[in-house]
Design a protein around this ligand. Structure first.
Ligand SMILES: [Zn+2]
Length: 124
């Protein structure tokens, strides 16, 4: 198995987790209640985000619903909340690239990588 495939599968299994007490505004936005099972709420969030834009928030490529995962724009580890403004859908490749970074940091990383490639090409 090549490494690209391994990375892809790992990203697919990366779980999106909600806080124990789900943000009331988020529930209201998607039309869910605190009593609903977490899995159902996650599905509703995904549906809501997917209806807004059927593409990856980072590479902007249109993707099948199954290939997109919910992600925090600002990771929870960096103070990001579970509100709808902080949630987005990413494809497996972008999800892996983003990791535990904010969108700003991720875009910066992409720019740096692109510049590196440009500089490498100049050498030849
Ligand atoms: Zn993407």
């Amino acid at each position: 198995m090549n490494s690209a495939k391994v990375r892809f599968e790992k990203a697919q299994h990366q779980d999106f987790k909600l806080s124990d007490r789900i943000d009331e505004d988020l529930l209201e936005t998607i039309g869910a209640t605190q009593e609903m099972p977490k899995g159902a709420i996650v599905d509703m969030i995904k549906e809501y985000l997917f209806r807004r834009g059927k593409a990856c928030a980072l590479c902007k490529k249109t993707q099948h619903r199954k290939k997109l995962s919910i992600n925090h724009r600002i990771p929870k580890s960096k103070g990001g909340r579970d509100n709808i403004e902080n949630l987005q859908l990413l494809c497996a490749r972008c999800l892996e690239l983003k990791g535990d970074k904010t969108m700003l940091e991720t875009r910066k990383k992409i720019r740096t990588q692109k510049n590196k490639i440009k500089q490498e090409r100049k050498k030849y």
